[in-house]
Design a protein. Structure first.
Length: 261
């Protein structure tokens, strides 16, 4: 295994960041789905649902994410708030792997409840973070609140539980989209009151494999403890914005290319 000094590792992470954190990398990434929309409310809803189905083949995820938006009449925020029972019933035809139309209906109704109560997903996350000053506690509160709406128990598997030690990859990815901001035109930076320093790395098999190869992660299991270990390691290189290295690790993982040497 190739070993890097601290300065070499810093330079490598910066090169990977420049290579992958750019608009031309996202056409085949789930964030392409909320990028369809200019309105913040549409981006919040589209982003959450795209992140929800973000497991499996990357191109299939993006294809089904765009398909899902068609089921929401290409107006996700309006659909969530105003869809009739007949329109909700039509969601039954949607499916992505084990996330089916019934799950989608329950998720839409949960989003309706949160939007009505808090003015949007951003309203919930920013208000809860302000009260707790803790991203893990905010994630736990979100899952509890989300499932206060009547739902089929089977859909609960599609929203990871930090209280059970899950890595919460899709929620961390969604928060990165909504909170991070830079000049790259990838993340949206909609939720300004949550500090970027509080974001955690979305940990999946690609990110985990590259992080272990580079000596940034020693824990073998991809769980919340591994998320905290990896995020802490990346704070050595950018304490104010550790999640900016997400695409660096993920992109290198899917391309199976870390260095140009």
């Amino acid at each position: 295994m190739e070993r890097f000094s601290e300065s070499e590792l810093r330079d490598l992470l910066e090169r990977l960041h420049d290579r992958y954190n750019r608009r031309d990398f996202i056409d085949d990434d789930p964030i392409a789905v909320p990028h369809r929309y200019a309105d913040a409310a549409d981006r919040e809803i589209a982003g959450f649902l795209a992140a929800t189905i973000a497991w499996g083949n990357r191109r299939t995820i993006v294809h089904n994410g765009h398909r899902l938006m068609h089921f929401l009449d290409d107006a996700p925020a309006d659909f969530v708030l105003n869809a009739s029972e007949r329109e909700l019933a039509q969601l039954s035809a949607f499916c992505h792997r084990t996330f089916n139309g019934g799950d989608l209906r329950d998720f839409v109704l949960a989003l309706r409840s949160i939007t009505t109560r808090f003015g949007g997903l951003g309203g919930f996350f920013e208000t809860t973070y302000a009260a707790t000053r803790s991203l893990p506690r905010t994630l736990a509160a979100f899952r509890r609140t989300f499932f206060e709406t009547p739902h089929a128990p089977r859909c609960e598997k599609h929203l990871s539980s930090i209280e059970r030690g899950a890595a919460c990859k899709r929620l961390c990815m969604y928060l990165r989209w909504m909170v991070r901001r830079d000049d790259r035109g990838v993340d949206f930076g909609l939720w300004r009151s949550i500090p970027m320093s509080e974001l955690r790395l979305p940990l999946d098999v690609h990110v985990g494999a590259v992080a272990r190869l580079l000596g940034l992660l020693t824990r073998r299991q991809n769980d919340w403890r591994a998320v905290e270990e990896l995020t802490d390691a990346l704070r050595r290189f950018d304490a104010s914005d550790p999640a900016r290295y997400d695409y660096a690790l993920f992109g290198a993982g899917i391309d199976a290319r870390i260095t140009d040497r």
